[in-house]
Design a protein around this ligand. Sequence first.
Ligand code: UN1
Length: 511
Amino acid sequence: MDFLKTLGIGSSIPGCSSGRIWLSRKKRKKIQAYSPVDGEIFAKVSRATAKDYDKIVKTAQKAFEEWRTTPAPARGEIIRQIGLQLRDFKQPLGKLISYETGKPLQEGLGEVQELIDICDFCVGQSRMLYGMTTVSERPNHRLFEQYHPLGPIAIITAFNFPMAVWGWNAMVAAVCGNVCIWKPSSKAVVSAVALQMVISRVLGKNHLPEGLFSLVIGNGKSIGETILEDQRIPLVSFTGSIPAGRHVSEKVASRLGKTILELGGNNAIILTEHADLKLALPAIVFGAIGTSGQRCTTTRRLIIHESIYQDIKKRLVTAYKSLKTGDPLIEKNHMGPLIDKGAVKNFQKAVRLIKKQGGSILFGGNCLPKGKKFPSGCYVEPTLAEVRNDMDIVQEETFAPILYLMKYKGDIHEAIAMNNDVAMGLSSSIFSTHHGQIETFLSAVGSDCGIANVNIGTSGAEIGGAFGGEKDTGGGRESGSDAWKNYMRRQTVTVNYGSDLPLAQGIQFDL
Ligand code: UN1
């Protein structure tokens, strides 16, 4: 475990930091960091207390006073340095992600690359916090918009992207002049600590105030609830399940705070009779088994035109037979374990329900026996199932590598209706070479998702686009494009540079 050493991670780690300073770990309860790769508890991380949290917020508020007046391009320079530091630590950070979450090393490294990419994007963004100017209806008046930072932003992340999701939020929020308080998933705490340690080098080198980027590892509920109720936090960006997101939304809305919600997906690929299968097959398999089916963008449903259904089914079974499951740090393996035993139980339950509700398992469906090759008991078979879209289990997001195959008989509108006939609206794809089918899928009567792809899969979004989805996915947008506006308050300004006071709407008021 050379990567832990390189990252300076020992076996007992503090879990609360305001930047470079780590708060005491004495008398704190601990979270046991578990690896689903080998089933080992590889570190113990201290949880923050309510008092620790309060101190973190106060420090963040103070840092905000300074950071919001730092010119945005100077803020971008700090992000540039963070990007460079991440390049230096890409290998050990990627390995740690792989070891702590079970995703293949290639995907762990890819996640660090996403972090680096968002840093690069934000360096540019730091010079482009544009506001628009428009025309006033009054003479000698100027009407324009400008954007200001909000304050201390809370970022609550999930286990499946234990570093990148922080980056899409924190790097963007920071160039906008906000300070960030990060509460990571209790299932991936060491990744959060390691990342905090890496960025703290940049904070130190630049003599930046404590409180710019803070980390609070809590015992799930209590710190989380405190954040939701805390008036000092104007924006909560939350990535996680739909029920949890609903709770976050209600709680924060009740104090009229803002949220960015990035919740579940139930993403489909449509394969029309004009699909180029050379492109489609690897996209489907990667989309379905990448991160062991635990991405919010995972391909869960395949909507296949009946004329090619049998052929696709056969090809997929053959492809699945060739997949290798095992230690994700070994390069030849395509898929690692699920995150923990609870996830394995959910997988087993879904397989039972598929059969009970009238579906059938075409491939897989079993847990892999605990033993030398699969020491943690968290490994399962990648699974293919034949189903109908209206089955309850198909309507749900099961965070596991289960791919549902279903048939459509009519035209592209029938396939689009099936794509849209779920509660979530995150990602969607069509594989077709038929121009009319593609444009219909992208039109106002097409996919209702936040992401609509053509001839690529549902997962693996680039950072340059706005990331997020509609309906039960929560409606938030993070990362690229103009998502930065969600981290700022917008101000409409009218300046009168004349010597009269004309009122709007032609109102006369003589005094
Ligand atoms: C998530 O699973 O929460 O598009 C995010 C993708 C990744 C992000 C997934 N860039 O698959």
